[in-house]
Design a protein around this ligand. Structure first.
Ligand SMILES: *Cc1c(COP(=O)(O)O)cnc(C)c1O
Length: 408
């Protein structure tokens, strides 16, 4: 577009405007250093981190074992094309398949990309292997699957779709926990059902085991693939390495990202062995997928998780955190529900909680929301009891003060 055709705001240029696109409403804090459960800003203020970059730094900030592997890799090799064998990638995949129900892995760089790969694999399996032309993916209201065109279409929240029409065809959304709606949404075009075991962005809603069972039966009956989005729930977050283990479930495909690299960008799509033949050389790829750097980090993260029993520790700390929250907040009229799994915890409140998040930051505690009324707590999985106590006391104080001010 020529300069004179640009809208007024764009012509104003750099004067006072950020050189970044305004895709985030950023908090007025610049974090510059992190260690374990703690972060520091550029003014020297210290924060207890109960958000972990949104379920990313599951082993805390700069975990020693991972840092050492990454530094060692930095001296060896940064990047090589996937046109070559990458030993680190095969090792990381072997570790992942050894500790999960999956048999094969595709590495990429983010959660959205992992879900894209899952959608592509499901379609291709039906179209190329079974030869039935199926393409449709059924997802659930309030789900979140990413920001690419396909994954935002899969997402069951209208706000991520505004202004991006036309959306790609082949997606359908039904209400969570509604077996009838799900069954009637299935047609001869349906290829797969995609679900999170705990809807995280959508408000921290764990899926009911009876509903998971119904999904399994429908997949069986109609020949559908089951895709579990473990981008937020995976890597120990819910008290198991992956959340579908709580349900005794073996999904055909599941995805991982956030916690997979301890903060280094990496994603993975994992699937059962019979899906291998759906992909051939050239059918999918990623320049940066499975680079030696990210693979060193994935190996170190997984080894630490397994050797130090991190998922089990997350389960125990999660129980302790929920018990402490009930003690301090259980009887409070502002608190409607405390729910979640492991260290993915939601506190549903009677009203908007955005102000509480900001006041928490001013007092040195970082946490986030999941929808307007839900406080979401995502500490690292090695968080100590003392740190949990400290966060819960401050949170109780924040809620007391918030509700006292409101009732004046
Ligand atoms: C964060 C998230 C994604 C998207 O991951 P990106 O790495 O931001 O692309 C997808 N699904 C779920 C459940 C998530 O929480």
């Amino acid at each position: 577009m020529a300069k004179e055709q640009q809208p007024q705001a764009a012509q104003q240029g750099a004067a006072g405007l950020s050189p970044l696109f305004p895709t985030y409403a950023r908090y007025p804090i610049s974090l510059v250093k992190g260690e374990g459960s703690w972060l520091w800003d550029d003014q020297g203020n210290k924060y207890l981190d109960f958000m972990c970059g949104l379920a990313v730094t599951n082993l805390g900030h700069a975990p020693k074992q991972v840092k050492e592997k990454l530094k060692a890799q930095l001296d060896e090799l940064w990047h090589v094309s996937n046109l070559f064998h990458i030993p680190g990638q095969e090792k990381a995949a072997a570790l992942l398949t050894q500790h999960t129900c999956a048999d094969a892995v595709f590495f990429c760089n983010s959660g959205a990309e992992a879900n894209e790969a899952a959608i592509k694999l499901a379609r291709r399996y039906h179209q190329k292997v079974l030869g039935n032309g199926r393409f449709e993916i059924i997802t659930f209201t309030q789900s979140f699957h990413g920001r690419t065109l396909a994954t935002l279409t899969a997402t069951g929240q209208d706000k991520v779709k505004e202004g991006f029409l036309p959306l790609p065809a082949g997606f359908k959304t039904v209400p969570l926990h509604d077996v009838k709606a799900l069954e009637s949404a299935i047609t001869s075009s349906t290829a797969a059902i995609m679900i999170e075991m705990v809807q995280a962005e959508g408000g921290v809603y764990p899926v009911d085991p009876a509903f998971v069972k119904a999904i399994q039966e429908l997949c069986q009956k109609h020949g559908l693939l089951l895709i579990v989005d473990e981008v937020q729930t995976g890597m120990g977050r819910t008290g198991k390495l992956f959340a579908h283990e709580h349900y005794g479930l073996q999904p055909d495909i599941f995805t991982s990202a956030k916690g997979l690299g301890s903060g280094f960008p990496v994603g993975a799509m994992l699937g059962k062995g019979y899906l291998r033949e759906a992909f051939a050389a050239g059918s999918h790829g990623s320049t940066f997928g499975g680079t030696p750097m990210s693979m060193a980090v994935v190996q170190a993260t997984l080894e630490t998780m397994v050797e130090e029993n991190v998922p089990q520790r997350a389960a125990e700390s999660g129980q302790y955190l929920v018990a402490r929250l009930h003690e301090e907040l259980g009887g409070h009229s502002f608190v409607k529900d405390i729910r979640g799994k492991g260290l993915l915890i939601g506190i549903e409140c009677a009203d908007a909680v955005g102000e509480i998040v900001l006041e928490g930051q001013r007092r040195g505690l970082l946490f986030v929301t999941a929808g307007p009324n839900v406080i979401r707590l995502l500490p690292n999985l090695l968080v100590s009891k003392e740190e949990i106590d400290q966060a819960v006391s401050l949170l109780a104080e924040l809620i007391q003060e918030h509700t006292a001010v409101k009732s004046l």
